[in-house]
Every structure is written in C-alpha cells, then in structure tokens.
Design a protein. Structure first.
Length: 85
C-alpha cells in the first residue's frame, strides 16, 4: 500500500496499492479492520494517491499513468477515468 485516506466520517479507509488496485476497509474499528468487498481495479499502473470527496460519496485514485479514477463509494462501481494530459 502506498496511499491511504479516511472518508470524511472516518468509517472507511481507502488504500492504494502498487498492484494497481484500491482496497476499502471499515475504518471505525482500527483494532479489527475488515475489508469491504473486492479490490477496486481500474488503473493500469500503481495507485499513488487516494482521496474522498467532501461528502464521502466518491473516491478518487491517482495512478502512475497520470489518470484519476473515480468510484461511487456507496455502491463500489467505476464512475469513469478522468485524464488531463
């Protein structure tokens, strides 16, 4: 894991990985972390940064290929990549 971010309410921890995925964990109980679903995989390169929107509904992940990937957090599905090259 190379990037970490808590949701605004601290209930979810997002972790970006060198295997090009983002893992979501229950963040409320740090003594007993539990993975939330399967890893989110859209990036083609390692995920170098992760961030939640202010309301916690969207997760952004920045990849080494200079693309930002977006997911709906409540129903983990890709919203789509956003690239500005």
């Amino acid at each position: 894991m190379v990037a970490l971010a808590f949701s605004p309410d601290s209930r979810i921890l997002a972790a970006g990985s060198t295997d090009s995925s983002v893992h979501l964990w229950k963040g409320a109980d740090t003594n007993r972390p539990a993975r939330l679903g399967k890893p989110l995989k859209e990036a083609a390169q390692p995920v170098m940064s992760v961030a939640f929107s202010p309301d916690g509904s969207t997760l952004a992940a920045g990849s080494a290929d200079r693309t930002v990937y977006l997911w709906n957090v409540t129903d983990p599905r890709a919203i789509g990549p956003w690239a500005d090259r």
